[in-house]
Design a protein around this ligand. Structure first.
Ligand code: HEC
Length: 135
């Protein structure tokens, strides 16, 4: 018998499965918040997240410089002027649905704004605050 397992029917089912199943890194904002909370070892505080987001940390920009004080509408990149879609998940369903993407931008933006990576507690606080915005 030669390659019986590669029967067309099998291949079709596998392609279908690969197409409909979510990638391993897909997440919901609530799941990411749980992850950050667990890493931080303490529950997030939305008010602390707001303060962190809207104040400067000894450098030129705050998070709000690009994302806005209330990130429920388009922001504007403080350097390039490029439009940035809303950060609050209720106003942009793409947000915080990909752990790798969220972490990549946390890393980059925190380095710009704070001069270091954000701690899990800071990420949890910001995300908890972003989740308080409802339509
Ligand atoms: C210089 C402009 C700028 C500043 C300042 C900035 N950001 Fe961003 N941020 C961006 C851009 C550009 C993107 C990527 C484009 C996009 O996703 O719309 C982004 C994306 C993100 C994302 C990705 C979310 C997702 O899942 O899609 C997070 C999280 C984030 N920023 C958090 C922050 C935090 C926290 C701060 C403050 C420490 C901050 N940003 C400051 C420009 C900025």
């Amino acid at each position: 018998m030669t390659h019986g397992w590669l029967r067309p029917a099998w291949v079709g089912w596998m392609a279908l499965w690969a197409g409909v199943s979510a990638p391993a890194w897909a997440a919901t904002p609530a799941e990411l918040l749980t992850t950050y909370n667990t890493q931080a070892g303490a529950p997030a505080q939305a008010a602390r997240g707001q303060a962190f987001f809207t104040t400067r940390h000894g450098r030129e920009w705050s998070c709000a410089s690009c994302h806005g004080e209330r990130p429920v509408q388009d922001g504007k990149h403080a350097g390039t002027g490029k439009v940035i879609s809303p950060l609050a998940p209720a106003f942009n369903p793409q947000r915080f649905t990909d752990a790798a993407k969220a972490d990549k931008w946390f890393r980059r933006n925190c380095n710009d704004v704070v001069g270091r990576e954000c701690t899990p507690a800071e990420k949890a606080d910001v995300l908890a605050w972003l989740l308080t915005f409802k339509r």
